[in-house]
Design a protein around this ligand. Structure first.
Ligand SMILES: [Cu+2]
Length: 351
């Protein structure tokens, strides 16, 4: 075939169009496949790549990593007063329009401190001066009520903080030693707590505690169909998370778990550990354990510190022995790695 000037032009043109289609097409696909989350007028949460006609509002979904939360402590911004007192300053922002995928396909309107449920784990040492800059970016009134010892005006009950950017600075001395919850205290309280406005506040003793692999577990539940009964339960928000992503720990290493029960609607919750027992410090206020057990029962906001070490490597469950809760998500696994180099660890048990 004789190649003419015009056929060469056509060939070049089609190659150019072909190439530009290759370049343009992928970004077009990406834009189309971007999932957006909408709240409709009927209160339904819809996730779609398409357009939703007249949604009530578009929301951002909360991404929460229970493994990151587990060992993350917020010590605040540290400074010193002339008398040597340590000052710790934190910023906590409340919001109430976010949506979280609690379980695959189950979306729930979470109310958050700093964008997650639970909020950040605030940590300080007994006697430190705490300054908590609270900003309410929600659409409802909110506060922060810390359990612990502080002046009446810092209790987060009567000094309600208005929506749309209202501010309040909570200032008090950290104490007593232990593990305490914090949560919103605006009425109806049940509604403000179940949606997720809570977190953990740890006060360390001045002399410190023995070094350990430390972690925080907030026992929580979610009533996703609004019948004042929880549909899902968890340690740290996502049902079954630590069963599918076991928490790795080591043999012969001290493990310290700060556990706080925030489950609403059910009068009790509990924590059972397999293949071991733990020293238990109720509220963590005493440095001597109150008992040695594999099972504690906790009502709402009851909390404590557990300490244990595993001798034998392997997988061990921990879960609510209120079996309904464990079957609806409050169950996890410690994967105990063997860090014992001696021959003793070679011994096989069972047959
Ligand atoms: Cu609130």
């Amino acid at each position: 075939m004789k190649i003419t000037r015009s056929s060469l032009m056509i060939l070049l043109l089609s190659v150019t169009i072909g190439l530009s289609a290759i370049v343009v097409f992928p970004s077009f696909t990406d834009a189309e496949s971007e999932l957006k989350t909408f709240i409709t007028h009927s209160g339904k949460v819809i996730r779609t790549t398409g357009e939703v006609i007249d949604p009530l509002y578009t929301v951002s979904t909360v991404e929460f990593d229970p493994m990151e939360y587990l060992r993350e402590f917020n010590y605040g911004e540290v400074s010193k007063l002339p008398d040597g007192t340590t000052v710790r300053e934190y910023t906590i922002i409340a919001e109430d329009d976010k949506v979280m995928e609690i379980s695959p396909g189950v979306f729930y309107n979470v109310w958050t401190y700093n964008g997650t449920v639970p909020g950040p784990t605030i940590r300080a040492t007994e006697g430190d001066l705490l300054k908590i800059n609270f900003i309410n970016n929600g659409s409802k009134e909110h506060t922060i009520h810390f359990h612990g010892i502080h002046p009446a005006g810092m209790d987060g009950v009567f000094e309600v903080v208005g929506p749309g950017g209202g501010k309040f600075v909570y200032e008090f001395e950290a104490g007593p030693v232990g593990v305490h919850p914090y949560h919103c205290h605006v009425m109806p309280l049940e509604e403000h707590i179940v949606h997720g406005l809570y977190g953990v506040f740890i006060v360390d003793p001045k002399e410190g505690r023995e070094p350990a692999d430390e972690m925080v577990m907030v026992l929580n539940g979610f009533d996703t169909d609004f019948d004042t009964e929880n549909n899902f339960y968890a340690a740290n928000t996502i049902p079954f998370y630590y069963q599918h992503h076991p928490i790795q720990i080591n043999t012969n290493e001290l493990i310290r778990v700060y556990v706080v029960n925030m489950v609403e609607f059910d009068p009790i919750n509990n924590f059972h550990l397999h293949g071991n027992l733990y020293n238990y410090y109720p509220t963590g206020t005493d440095l001597v354990p109150s008992f040695y057990t594999d099972m504690v029962t906790l009502s709402q906001t009851e909390r404590g510190i557990m300490e244990f070490e595993y001798t034998y490597p392997g997988k061990y469950l921990f879960h609510a022995h209120k079996v309904e809760f464990s079957e609806k998500g409050w169950v996890g696994i410690f994967l105990v790695n063997d860090n014992d180099e001696s021959d003793a660890s070679e011994k096989e048990y069972g047959s």
